[in-house]
Design a protein around this ligand. Structure first.
Ligand SMILES: Nc1ncnc2c1ncn2[C@@H]1O[C@H](COP(=O)(O)OP(=O)(O)OP(=O)(O)O)[C@@H](O)[C@H]1O
Ligand SMILES: [Mg+2]
Length: 276
């Protein structure tokens, strides 16, 4: 059963889509069946992997209509990577969901049908904590938080962790934080180093040891409809996302083996849902 990982941070432009796209590519390139779910009306994750939708069905139809997830699956240039795409129609879902029953579980219910076909399902969340992100967090087994190495990095993180806690209590008791991934790190600046140090001091082992550097190849790759791992596999950016993908995979495998040992319950957790 595929583990569902929501890539979330309500702060804009911190590297959520870049992380979701490239982590998904890293897993797929190492032979792991992966599904990328685009939950942003900008559709950047869909275009970032060159998704080609023949049906025109998007994640909006799953959230708002009776459409099954299988009808939204699109192939990509990578054999092991599929995408459920998003487009501008998703912007309306936030309002339309307000009047729906069990609206927080829409995505979770729909993903049930397809998740067994994948080892990992990565969800690219929008930069907000609205109903769409609530759907992602209710569907997810875990959250991966990209954090940009800049002055206001920690601003909003408390809000996000509070939201995760609220979702755990109300909708999804098994939700855990898989980790914080430092992005756009520039080792030449004192600020980047200070932020990284501060985040590690505060969140300790929750922070992935891989750091994603600021790398021009990463920022160029979306305009070619390719993850950086395919656009320039030898670049520092590709190298970093391969390492981050391996770290995520280790966490996934560790969790699934401890779950099977514990008969379906996740390993020991702290009160905030972070793995002890
Ligand atoms: N490591 C990096 N090096 C250089 N540029 C990067 C890096 N990571 C992301 N970028 C660029 O920074 C911008 C923001 O990244 P991205 O779209 O992944 O953030 P986001 O959190 O998904 O944004 P939004 O909140 O708008 O959805 C993009 O133009 C992307 O190409
Ligand atoms: Mg994005």
């Amino acid at each position: 059963m595929g583990r569902i990982v929501a890539v979330a941070n309500q702060k804009g432009g911190v590297g959520k889509t870049t992380t979701a796209v490239n982590m998904a590519a890293a897993l797929a390139l190492t032979g792991h069946r992966t599904l990328l779910v685009d939950l942003d009306s900008q559709g950047s994750a869909s275009s970032g992997v060159g998704a080609s939708s023949s049906s025109g069905v998007t994640v909006y139809d799953l959230l708002v209509n009776d459409t099954p997830a299988s009808s939204a699956l699109c192939t990509t240039g990578l054999a092991e990577l599929d995408v459920i795409p998003a487009d501008r129609s998703l912007a309306g879902a936030e309002l339309e969901l307000i009047s729906e029953e069990a609206r927080e579980y829409r995505l979770r219910e729909k993903l049930e049908e397809v998740r067994s076909g994948y080892e990992c399902v990565l969800i690219d969340c929008p930069p907000s904590l609205g109903m769409i992100t609530v759907n992602a967090l209710s569907a997810a087994d875990s959250v991966l938080i990209p954090l940009q190495c800049e002055y206001y990095a920690l601003e909003g993180l408390t809000g996000l962790l509070d939201t995760v806690e609220r979702i755990r209590r109300a909708f999804n008791p098994a939700l855990v934080v898989d980790g914080i991934l430092l992005t756009m790190f520039d080792g030449r600046t004192t600020l980047s180093r200070q932020v990284a140090e501060q985040v590690r001091k505060h969140f300790q082992s929750l922070v992935l040891s891989t750091v994603i550097p600021r790398n021009v190849r990463i920022s160029e790759s979306p305009s070619h409809g390719l993850p950086v791992l395919l656009y320039d596999p030898a670049s520092k950016g590709a190298e970093a996302y391969r390492a981050a993908g391996e770290e995520l995979l280790t966490k996934i495998l560790k969790t699934s083996s401890s779950e099977s040992r514990a008969g379906g319950h996740s390993e020991q957790e702290t009160s905030t849902g972070q793995r002890a």
